[in-house]
Design a protein around this ligand. Structure first.
Ligand SMILES: *Cc1c(COP(=O)(O)O)cnc(C)c1O
Length: 408
């Protein structure tokens, strides 16, 4: 049965997740397909952050570390994110940025277990993952960085290897079989650090069942935590005692407020706290996570895949000039869809000007995030109609769209 706009509207009307759309402050006239880059603003966030600023900071001042429970926010919000990961509450901590967390976990995994000497990843991984690994290899004379194609990763791993992989690829949307890779790398004595930035809040995760040991992820994409929201680290409980963070800040100390001269690492994940947690950022992130936890994650994941399927079907019907980059099989992709077009940058600029916000990734990829909390089936349908119009009329050829912005 071919889809039609009316059928998409009927699906929206029957969708138990549809009411979440009104929990976000999205501007009229915009179809926002870039929530995998910067999640949308939950309506509750402004009031919650204002309360933290006015009542907790303004009136409570330094007392709020205890009275407003600021001190526990990294663990509290981490335990909430753990529910989205299939992890235990004490296995997740909110701290720093994803980039810094990659640094911490790579260094910790390299120096654990008698010392490992190779970071193994794939070419074309997200730039910060590669750059952080390059930096560690440059700083530590005995560490080498190897990049091999994704289907050769497992065979290249051994007991001296820390594998760094992005679970859902930021550009193609291709998803690794996490359980299989964990099993095979662990069988060879290695360990995997997973970057879940494009997975958390987008697809169902069960880190425990998948045998995951180490992971990081972003707070400002599908978790809707706001620009530059703090990120998270996951360390499986059995590894926690054996891992040392390379950043031995005072918040990771066993007793920060003893103000001791000598560093003694705290229990569990505490050492992965570098310094004072960013309370305003944590408050906004907690709003995004709380909202997501109101939804059923299995329903969310299923809707994300249904939106991707619909979007792919519509683009292939209406936009013959575009080449699908993302896997067709929902089991091996995330919740965004990418296509190749020679003039992808200009096509995306033309789309954005027409109210369809996706993004462009070099050299020729246009990317569309299907965030099931606030995107509906009719949105996906309409976005493709606008894309078809941009391509049919060659609206993208307008010279204004050739000028690159600083942030794309
Ligand atoms: C978005 C993203 C990051 C972001 O890292 P920051 O430190 O927040 O800039 C890292 N890795 C992946 C795979 C991402 O998609």
């Amino acid at each position: 049965m071919a889809p039609s706009l009316a059928k998409c509207e009927a699906r929206d009307a029957a969708d138990p997740l549809a009411p979440f759309r009104d929990r976000f402050a999205l501007p009229d006239g915009v179809i926002y397909l870039d929530g995998n880059s910067l999640g949308a603003l939950p309506r509750d966030t402004a009031a919650r952050v204002a309360r933290v600023i006015d009542a907790e900071w303004g009136d409570g001042l330094v007392r709020s570390w205890n009275e407003a429970d600021w001190i526990d926010a990294p663990q509290r919000v981490g335990a909430k994110i753990a529910r989205l990961l299939g992890a235990a509450g004490d296995e997740v901590l909110v701290a720093d940025s994803t980039s810094v967390n990659i640094y911490k976990l790579l260094c910790a995994a390299l120096s654990a277990a008698g010392g490992r000497h190779t970071i193994l990843t794939e070419p074309g991984n997200f730039p910060t993952d590669l750059h952080i690994a390059q930096g560690i290899a440059a700083q530590q004379a005995d560490v080498t960085l190897r990049t091999v194609p994704r289907d050769e990763i497992v065979a290249a791993a051994d007991a001296g290897t820390v594998v760094l992989l992005t679970h859902v690829h930021y550009k193609t949307g291709a998803r690794f079989d996490m359980a299989a890779i964990n099993r095979e790398v662990a069988g060879r004595g290695g360990v995997v650090v997973w970057d879940l930035s494009h997975s958390v809040g987008a697809i169902e995760l069960d880190l425990a069942a998948a045998g995951a040991q180490l992971a990081v992820g972003s707070g400002y994409k599908y978790l809707n935590g706001g620009p530059g929201a703090p990120a998270f680290v996951f360390v499986a409980r059995e590894l926690q005692a054996g891992l040392a963070s390379p950043i031995t800040g005072w918040f990771g100390h066993a007793d920060p407020f003893a103000f001791a001269d000598d560093y003694v690492p705290g229990p569990g994940l505490a050492p992965f706290m570098s310094g004072t947690p960013p309370i305003l950022g944590l408050a906004a992130l907690e709003c995004g996570v709380d909202l997501m936890l109101e939804a059923d994650i299995a329903q969310l994941a299923a809707k994300g895949q249904a939106l991707c399927d619909l979007f792919i079907e519509r683009v292939e019907t209406r936009c013959p000039g575009l080449e699908l980059v993302t896997p067709r099989d929902p089991a091996v992709r995330g919740s965004h869809v990418s296509f190749r077009h020679q003039h992808g940058y200009a096509v995306m600029q033309a789309l954005i000007e027409r109210g369809v916000i996706g993004d462009f990734r070099t050299p020729d990829v246009i990317r569309f995030g299907m965030t099931p909390l606030y995107i509906g089936y009719a949105d996906a349908w309409r976005a493709v109609e606008i894309l078809a119009e941009v391509l049919e009329t060659r609206a993208w050829a307008d010279p204004r769209y050739a000028v690159r912005a600083r942030v794309t």
